[in-house]
Ligand binder design. Structure first.
Ligand code: SF4
Ligand code: SF4
Ligand code: SF4
Length: 178
């Protein structure tokens, strides 16, 4: 028996939303989508107002609005089986990544992302011939997103750890003074 067209469209749409950054401690995307009632309580509870609705009405994090303080208010507000245990697990495994739009490689001095990072996870290259260029220490980054909205070039994104992170950090470490 074939899949009902409306059901297929719904599933397709849900798959397309799977790259959205959900609130901290949320379960895997399929479980999240199956259990979230879209009540909006987590949006109201968020102390930095970074949780918004995606196009389908599910909550997602928008770091252009601010940072996550890991206050757990969204976890406490939710009455559904959405969140993992904050006492036992990290909020997520996302880290910041700096893309090619960064002003540093273009010869423009900027350290805004580094100045916003309380974890000290953003390193800058040292080279007398060039302006400093940032990279993210993924071991130190907690994915709070504080570095995202402050970037004048919109070069910073937060998402799953990927190979580009370690490659860029390694490149920076090679340029740092011993
Ligand atoms: S409080 Fe829970 S059920 Fe309500 S929108 Fe947020 S995650 Fe979904
Ligand atoms: S704030 Fe943006 S432009 Fe400035 S150094 Fe950081 S990534 Fe580059
Ligand atoms: S996401 Fe937070 S911890 Fe990670 S580099 Fe940006 S400000 Fe630092």
């Amino acid at each position: 028996m074939g899949v009902d067209p409306s059901r297929r469209a719904l599933l397709k749409g849900r798959l397309e939303y799977s790259s959205a950054l959900r609130p901290p401690w949320t379960r895997d995307e399929p479980e999240f989508l199956a259990n979230c009632s879209q009540c909006g309580d987590c949006l109201q509870a968020c102390e930095t107002s970074i949780i918004v609705r995606d196009v389908a009405g599910f909550p997602q994090v928008d770091f252009q609005r601010g940072e996550c303080t890991f206050c757990r208010a969204c976890v406490d507000a939710c009455e559904e089986n959405i969140f993992r245990d904050p006492e036992r697990e990290p909020p997520w495994r996302h880290v910041a990544d700096i893309g090619p739009a960064c002003l540093g490689p273009q010869g423009v001095y900027c350290r805004s992302c580094g100045e916003s990072c309380e974890a000290g996870a953003i390193r800058f290259s040292f080279n007398a011939q060039r302006v400093p260029e940032p990279s993210v220490d993924t071991e130190a980054c907690n994915g709070c997103g504080a570095c995202v909205s402050v970037c004048p070039a919109r070069a910073v994104v937060v998402g799953p750890l990927g190979p580009s992170h370690s490659a860029r950090l390694q490149s920076t470490r090679l340029q740092e003074p011993s």
